[in-house]
Ligand binder design. Sequence first.
Ligand SMILES: [Zn+2]
Ligand SMILES: [Zn+2]
Length: 333
Amino acid sequence: MTAAPATMQAMQFDGPGQPLRMVIRPLPEPGPGEVRVAVRACGVCRTDLHVVEGDIHGTLPIIPGHEIVGTVDALGPGVSGLALGQRIGVPWLGHACGQCPYCAAERENLCDAPLFTGFTRDGGYASHAIADARFCFPLPDAFDDCHAAPLLCAGLIGYRAYRLAGDAPVLGLYGFGAAAHILAQVALWQGRRVFAFTRPGDTQAQEFARALGCQWAGGSDEAAPEPLDAAIIFAAAGALVPTALKAVRKGGRVVCAGIHMSDIPGFPYADLWEEREIRSVANLTRADGLEFLPLAARAGVRTHVEALPLAAANTALARLRDGQLTGALVLVP
Ligand SMILES: [Zn+2]
Ligand SMILES: [Zn+2]
């Protein structure tokens, strides 16, 4: 009698216009330098929505999900620094080449030959995932599995955007979802004043922002009550770029934190004049993660999450699209 082969289950994406579907695959073995992760929770990120809606194009078919919390359940040859059973996080940057000019300049977020978890290598909408061991992070004990998941992209890439916004005592956040609710807490802990801009009429998100300690919350169609030192745009609406530019003071900076945005409408040069800046943020470096994750614990960040079963991935994506949630959604296999 032979034992049934070990398998894993995953929600697979075959192409734009098609819902994710549950698949059963043989349990993969980690290659050199890789680990196999038994997934405990995987956050649902707006980037996943951009993937399934065809706004950005990666490998197909693909298992989405790049906010993975799990335990190491198999080690490939040559892995050091991770142990069987250890709890780790797997982020969006799944691999960088280590040799291109960007990697050599400590800008691996811009690597010429990267792999992205849940986009160009299979991710965490699954019971198991394979990850490059060098790109996994240890996770602070302060966060349980579901509450840790949104830190791995919303938190981490949000933090990179926050860092690049510079020393801004008065900070505006446009789009108050998973990333903003985390970064608002970090900013407040650091003594900054935070102004939250939501979809017009989204009083629930505005109340949520005020409950977290934001000084002001209103619709993105409302004028800021005072000039902002910097603004971070987490929403995918390009029209917010000229809006935010108008809200920042002389020398202020607008940081676009998403991987995809609708087109940015034209605007008068006078709105950019006086050394205002617009910049984007791409991906993350491992240094960002090693800095941010312990900081989130020190700052006492509390992520607001709602857990759904893995099989409900399509529902989770639909709810994210429709904006029907507070904080972040997390899939549990
Ligand atoms: Zn590289
Ligand atoms: Zn993400």
